[in-house]
Write a new protein. Structure first.
Length: 168
């Protein structure tokens, strides 16, 4: 009988506790926390306008690339793409797979330097680069992969596939 009495008292206490409690007023906001980790940055599509260099018989262009920082160069990944198609039918291709077209592509802080073989005039072709910080790589695992893909695999995959893997 005493067990029933204790159960009854416990039940009454719980019911009174649930009915008698209400949510209080919201307190003041706390201080702003530190900035979050870097994330993947996509450039806008840059319309190429290279100049032809008669000394080396190549088209050359320097591009301003503000998301290419020392940190990205030291521990991140840079992917680059060119659209060889049209706006109606895009054909976005990784630059790393175009060694027959791109003679040279160099990434330095704030800039990209490209040299293109004169197979075609690249003027007006859309070019885009993507920077992936080292924290995104290290956050996946210690083998230097991003969501299970190696850097080499990322550099050679189609833009849409890479975008779905490294998107913010």
């Amino acid at each position: 009988m005493s067990n029933i009495k204790w159960i009854f008292m416990l039940g009454i206490s719980l019911i009174v506790g649930m009915i008698g409690c209400k949510k209080g007023d919201t307190g003041p906001a706390g201080p702003v926390g530190p900035a979050g980790p870097d994330s993947v940055v996509y450039s806008s599509w840059i319309s190429l306008s290279p100049t032809y260099n008669t000394n080396d018989s190549l088209f050359e262009q320097a591009l301003f690339a503000p998301s290419i920082t020392k940190s990205i160069l030291d521990s991140g990944i840079i992917l680059s793409y060119i659209n060889l198609g049209t706006s109606d039918k895009p054909d976005v291709v990784p630059v790393s797979s175009l060694n027959y077209l791109f003679a040279f592509e160099e990434f330095v802080e704030d800039s990209i330097y490209i040299k293109i073989y004169p197979i075609l005039d690249p003027s007006g072709l859309p070019y885009r680069y993507v920077t992936i910080p080292g924290s995104k790589i290290a956050g996946n695992n210690a083998t230097g992969t991003v969501n299970g893909y190696t850097i080499k695999e990322l550099r050679s995959m189609p833009y849409e596939h890479a975008q779905s893997i490294v998107g913010n």
